[in-house]
Write a protein that binds this ligand. Sequence first.
Ligand SMILES: Nc1ncnc2c1ncn2[C@@H]1O[C@H](COP(=O)(O)OP(=O)(O)OP(=O)(O)O)[C@@H](O)[C@H]1O
Length: 205
Amino acid sequence: MSTLAVRGLTRRFGALVVLDDVRFQLDAGQIAVVVGPNGSGKTTLLRCVVGADRPDEGEVLLDGRRCDETDPRVRAAVAAALDDIDFFPDLSVVEHLELLAYAHGGTAEPVAEVLAELALEPARDQLPATLSSGQRRRLALASCFVRPRRLLVLDEPEQRLDVRGRAWLAQRLLREKAAGTAVLMASHDTELIDRVADRRIEIGG
Ligand SMILES: Nc1ncnc2c1ncn2[C@@H]1O[C@H](COP(=O)(O)OP(=O)(O)OP(=O)(O)O)[C@@H](O)[C@H]1O
């Protein structure tokens, strides 16, 4: 059974049909990259997959069950970094990561490594309001990697990463794949896509 199955997904905003009968499957250890021009609906597709937006038609199945973000099993399995990440204003970087790890049934063990990988160690005790936009993006990514996950959903994870960060990202995604995580991501970075993608899901254009 596929980790993720998307069937007949359609999303309209007024007269604008953004997603039109999108369908695909994603197995454990596969990386699928959603590609398409600006405004083609990549973010909308990812939002529908994680339950942050509701499709007008179609369904999203996780392990054969309808994906509902209020289902604890779904929330335990899906780690996502989309655009709209909010942080608790009074928790530091390291406190966020530890909280997320524990909240999803993990331990704080991965936190030190993830802080180092994402160059967040110097900011570990800062509050979110004091972070640069790049550090906020990296904290959003870090939030996915400190917790248990079987499906990872990332919206343009290359954004605001420098050359070293992008090299790290490719390696990290390949490690996710090797560990059996299913990865669904949107990206405009052709080099990254060529390195990691098992499959391209083309929408729009
Ligand atoms: N809540 C909304 N209400 C109305 N229109 C919306 C809404 N969300 C998205 N859209 C429209 O849907 C289209 C697809 O947007 P989306 O953000 O999914 O594209 P994208 O492929 O991720 O774009 P980009 O590559 O620029 O990030 C755009 O025309 C956008 O304006």
